[in-house]
Design a protein around this ligand. Structure first.
Ligand code: GAR
Length: 187
C-alpha cells in the first residue's frame, strides 16, 4: 500500500502518548482521528489545537453496543486502518476487537506479562522488582494479553513512589510507542 498507514488513536485522558505518536507521524503513519470516550479529555483539546480530527462520545446513558457502533463508524469514516490505544481506559468488547482483529495495539505501563490491569507501578515497587517499564502489545479479547511487540525497561530507584516511577516510565512510553507503531503498521 502506498502512503502513510492511517491510524486512529483512542484516549481517555491527558493523551501524552497520543501527542508523542502525533509528533512522530510522517511517512510510516498518519493520525486520521483522535477519539475519546470522555468528551472532556484534555488530550482532545491538544488534538484540536494541532488540527487533528477528533471524535468524542460518552457511553453513559447509551450503552456499550450503541457507543461502540458509533465509535466504529467514526473510525471507518475517518479512513482508519489501525487503532492505537493511548491511555484508553475502557475495555473494548469482544465483538469490537474481532472486527479490528490484529489491527489494535495498546501501550501498558508494565513489563508484560507482569502486572496486567491497574496500579502497575505500585505493584512492581511492592514486589521489590529491580525494574518496571512499559510494553506495546496487540489487543485481543484477553486483558493486556496479546502479543508483545516491544518493551522498555526502567530501573526502580530507592525511594521511588508509584508517581515518580510513573513519570520515568511515561518518558519511556513516549520513545517506545511511535517506534513500535511504525514497525507494526508495516505488517
Ligand atoms: C500511560 O501510562 C499508559 O501506559 C497508561 O495510562 C497512561 C496514559 O497516559 N495506560 C494504561 O494503564 C492502560 N491500561 P497518557 O494519557 O498521557 O498517554
Amino acid at each position: 500500500m502506498s502512503g502513510p498507514a492511517k491510524v486512529a488513536v483512542l484516549i481517555s485522558g491527558r493523551g501524552s502518548n497520543m501527542q508523542a505518536l502525533a509528533e512522530a507521524a510522517g511517512d510510516a503513519y498518519e493520525i486520521v482521528v483522535v477519539a475519546s470516550d470522555k468528551p472532556g479529555a484534555p488530550g482532545l483539546a491538544w488534538a484540536i489545537q494541532h488540527r487533528l480530527p477528533t471524535f468524542a462520545l460518552s457511553p453513559k446513558g447509551i450503552g456499550k453496543p450503541v457507543f461502540e457502533a458509533a465509535l466504529d463508524g467514526a473510525l471507518r469514516e475517518a479512513g482508519a486502518e489501525w487503532i492505537a490505544l493511548a491511555g484508553y481506559m475502557r475495555l473494548l468488547s469482544d465483538g469490537f476487537v474481532a472486527k479490528w482483529r490484529g489491527r489494535i495495539v495498546n501501550i501498558h505501563p508494565s513489563l508484560l506479562p507482569k502486572y496486567k490491569g491497574l496500579d502497575t507501578h505500585a505493584r512492581a515497587i511492592d514486589a521489590g522488582d529491580a525494574a518496571g517499564g512499559c510494553s506495546v502489545h496487540v489487543v485481543t479479547e484477553e486483558l493486556d494479553g496479546g502479543e508483545v511487540l516491544g518493551q522498555r525497561e526502567v530501573a526502580i530507584l530507592p525511594g521511588d513512589t508509584p508517581e515518580t516511577l510513573a513519570e520515568r516510565v511515561l518518558a519511556a512510553e513516549h520513545q517506545l510507542y511511535p517506534a513500535v507503531l511504525k514497525e507494526f503498521v508495516r505488517r
